[in-house]
Ligand binder design. Sequence first.
Ligand SMILES: *[C@@H]1O[C@H](CO)[C@@H](O)[C@H](O)[C@H]1NC(C)=O
Ligand SMILES: *[C@@H]1O[C@H](CO)[C@@H](O)[C@H](O)[C@H]1NC(C)=O
Ligand SMILES: *[C@@H]1O[C@H](CO)[C@@H](O)[C@H](O)[C@H]1NC(C)=O
Ligand SMILES: *[C@@H]1O[C@H](CO)[C@@H](O)[C@H](O)[C@H]1NC(C)=O
Length: 802
Amino acid sequence: MDRGKACLLLVLWAVAHLSSPGDGLRALRRTTGGRRGSTGLTGQDANGVPLRRSKRGWMWNQFFLLEEYTGTDMQYVGKLHSDGDRGDGSVRYVLTGEGAGTLFKIDEKSGDIHATKRLDREEKAYYILHAKAINRFTNEALEGESEFIIKIHDINDNEPRFTKDPYIATVPEMSEIGTSVIQVTATDADDATYGNSARVVYSILEGQPYFSVDPETGLIKTALPGMDREVKEHYQVVIQAKDMAGQMGGLSGTTTVSITLSDVNDNPPRFTKSLYDFKVPESTELGSAVGVIRANDADINANAEMDYRIIGSDGPGMFDISTNKSTQEGVIVLRKPLDFERKRQYSLRIQVDNVHVSPRFFSMGPFRDEATVKIQVEDVDEPPVFERSSYVMEVKEDAARNTAIGSVSASDPDGVRSPVRYSIDRRTDMDRVFNIHAGNGSVFILRQLDREESAWHNISIIATEFSKCSDNPRQISRVPVYIRVLDINDNAPTFATNYETFVCENAKANQRIQTVSATDPDEPVGGHRFFFSLAHEASGKANFSVRDNKDNTAWILTRRNSYNSLQKSTYLVPVVISDGEFPMQSSTNTLTVRVCTCDREGNMKLCNAEALTGRAGLSTGALVAILLCVIILLMIVVLFAALRRQRKKEPLIISKEDVRDNVVSYNDEGGGEEDTQAFDIGTLRNPEAIEESKQRRDIVPETFYPPVRRPAPPPARDNNNGDVRDFINQRLQENDSDPTAPPYDSLATYAYEGNGSVAESLSSLESVTTEGDQDYNYLSEWGPRFKKLADMYGGDDSDRDS
Ligand SMILES: *[C@@H]1O[C@H](CO)[C@@H](O)[C@H](O)[C@H]1NC(C)=O
Ligand SMILES: *[C@@H]1O[C@H](CO)[C@@H](O)[C@H](O)[C@H]1NC(C)=O
Ligand SMILES: *[C@@H]1O[C@H](CO)[C@@H](O)[C@H](O)[C@H]1NC(C)=O
Ligand SMILES: *[C@@H]1O[C@H](CO)[C@@H](O)[C@H](O)[C@H]1NC(C)=O
């Protein structure tokens, strides 16, 4: 042995707690086989050279340590030993690296390594450490530093876990055996590279015999053929995963798999009955449902969708069937009107199919079903029906009363055949022109007809059914009847308008004075043809002639050369007009012809007075209108008067005195604005009264002068003007000599006039008297000085004096 170089001998400590002794041995073997550059302990190498043990060959650099050690004392890991260790205690072993001193402790003297704690491989799988051997006394390193690894040995401390819980899966019903449903997976945290701790095996705990699981892959498959959703839809399958390859002592986990069978169309629709019965009243409206049938289908959704068809019917086209998409019911719909009296029962053959079929199940039989539907028509009491939808009747306008003009006919369509009675809807024949025989429907006329008044009578005839069952309401129906009144030539043609014309006194013979035409309210088929002629009695000594133009007009022509309005002012020409119909109708129409004087061109200049007044004369209509107006006016006046009287009675009464005070009546002219005291003509007539009556109130005297009494003027002359002159002269003198006269001029005008006036006119406008001019002059002269102070205060003063 080469002692020059010391080496560390790592002694492997056999571990008692190895879960698998085989594995531990193997590990030992593996490490043993890892000798580098060494030969076996015995035997030879490939070249036959005897193998020799080399010191370097023992390069133990791995320790193994069991995880999850549960023993009470520290777990022994291994022992460091140096060749230089003589056992005298001079060698000191030192450990550094991961967990040195904490997790791993070394006995300085012996080199024994212990783990201080329980270690978890799943936390940290290995630790790297360094070992040294030094001389305790000299601190000299006996060996170079050596690295080694402590590997934590796995034990099965983790159970398998499924990636999901629960799993949800579906598989179609009726699937073949071995149809994959879902794959479940469980994982194990233990070391998969070592031992069986992570080797999982699946097994089924619940769900047999319907499903199976592949032990290796976890794939769940169907295990039973023909699983029927309609029998059982939901399955709960429990799968177990066990490690240690499923052996005893392995850990396990479970999961639940919810498996639902999905529907396939494996069930045909089936009618619940083979015969359906419906009762339908014959009055059922078209398009309405008369019956609903239903087939059952055990499948769901699209696999239960149904299609109904009528495959046979004894009333083709009468009915239709359609599918109600929300209920999958077959709805039978009426397409043509029912009539109890014609056919009382219908029989239909209905087929139902699935809309979506899967050929896989055709072998199970036809995917359709059939049923019979019987529809019974019920009688409904119906109104009577007229033979025709409308009637047109024609009657000549001269038809006698109670003439039958036609007949209507209606009958009860019901089997009972109730009797029908007829009547006229009086709202359409207000004037009761027609009547109907209630029993047989003959229409009569009740009145004389007149086509010219109304050519059509459109009425409505009612047929009433008298039902034998008294509780049934009466059934009625109506029919329009158009009655046309045919024309009879019962009107004579007349002048189209009221012709009036004139003839010039200087007219020549055969001059046309008027063209006339005719009208006739009758309406002959070929149109009117009128014939004009002069009335027979006038034709002898006729002064005018009629020429038929054969186009329904005629000319009135003169027959003489001259007409004299003095001799005869108006001619009446009788014209006979007849129509060419049968019976012929004719009339005599009078044309009024006035005689007028005309100019050379034949324009009318003057017609005789009789004609003029006749023309100017008011028509009776106008007269009546005027009379009405007058009456209305009178009424209005009377009404106003009445209103006035009423108003006077109102309490607002003004006393008579007040009224009189406010009314100033003048019968004279002049006086001016300041002289509201009208001049009393009486003073002119009676000069003695002047002093008493005349009072001026507009001027208040400053000084008092006693009244001056003047001798009375000379007696009045027969001329009134003389009175005035004298009076004025007197006043003028008075004023001129009056020292109290105001410094301003005042004009007092005394003038009175008018037809009724006693003074006659003094006005410059109308006066034609010779002295007129003079009168003005002194009127304006004395006026300014006119003063009546003495007159005003005379009375009072004399009283005071006395
Ligand atoms: C289908 O039937 C339902 C229920 O009876 C009803 O409400 C619905 O109106 C029907 N639909 C048709 C289209 O007839
Ligand atoms: C209906 O009866 C009336 C009176 O009996 C008779 O005049 C008329 O001709 C009848 N009409 C028909 C259509 O029989
Ligand atoms: C009556 O009916 C006829 C035919 O339909 C029509 O020409 C006429 O105008 C109608 N008369 C009245 C008054 O409705
Ligand atoms: C024709 O005129 C004459 C005199 O002008 C008169 O006497 C006579 O009656 C007229 N004839 C007729 C038919 O008016």
